[in-house]
Design a protein around this ligand. Structure first.
Ligand code: IYR
Length: 220
């Protein structure tokens, strides 16, 4: 049986004014993040990707199981294989699998089945969730897997934005081709595909607003 062992907390606290200022600045900084669908082919150093991923992996998780694997892909041949397979699925989705209501909801974003960013972005990070761990053939259960991996992806997106890079939360559907192309073990399921890089020069983004505080916060 394991026993609990505790160490001192090393996080920082700030005086109230500085707390006000920091929370405001962080909000304003994060509010400038946008999903980007057109990328430059400008390279991004592997060390940067590693630091971003380790930020994601610092996220809280059920029973601290960290039930995730981040596959970081820069190999052009693998990116091409992913693009080909993703576009095949997306073509089917846009031409019959998605409902008219869904297609209508996506119209403001101008998306279609073509996904050139999968080859152009210097990195694709594919996040896999692990419903259970597999070590030396032995299964052990993970907890709150979707919540944990979702939070880690949030950390990932904010780390990418903080580094001055851009990303997209892409969900080709179904995503099982990723498990095959990347030869992932049976306990891993693709969760999100996130291209990372610099935006294409002059890129435009959909003109959308975010909800006002009154629409998203209820105080009691
Ligand atoms: N997976 C498709 C469709 C799509 C679905 C949602 I919900 C979006 O917010 C955006 C796109 C695609 O990536 O085009």
């Amino acid at each position: 049986m394991q026993t609990a062992k505790f160490i001192p907390y090393t996080g920082v606290t700030y005086p109230p004014e500085e707390t006000q200022e920091r929370s405001k600045e962080y909000y304003e900084y994060m509010d400038r993040r946008r999903s980007i669908r057109e990328y430059s082919d400008r390279p991004v150093d592997k060390k940067i990707i590693e630091q971003i991923i380790m930020t994601a992996s610092s996220a809280p998780s059920g029973a601290h199981k960290q039930p995730w694997t981040f596959c970081a892909i820069s190999d052009p041949a693998i990116k091409s294989a992913i693009r080909e397979a993703a576009e095949k699925e997306e073509y089917e989705s846009y031409n019959g699998r998605m409902s008219e209501e869904w297609l209508e909801a996506l119209r403001p974003f101008g998306t279609d089945w073509k996904k050139p960013f999968l080859e152009i972005a210097p990195w694709l990070i594919i996040v896999f969730k692990k419903a259970y761990d597999l070590e030396e053939g032995k299964k052990s259960k993970n907890y709150y897997v979707n919540e944990s991996v979702g939070i880690a992806c949030g950390f990932l997106l904010s780390a990418i934005h903080n580094a001055g890079l851009v990303s997209l939360t892409h969900t080709p559907s179904p995503m099982n081709f990723l498990q095959k192309i990347l030869n992932r073990p049976e306990n891993e399921r693709a969760f999100l595909l996130i291209p990372v890089g610099y935006p294409k020069e002059g890129v435009q983004v959909p003109a959308i607003d975010r909800k006002e505080k009154e629409e998203v916060i209820v105080y009691y």
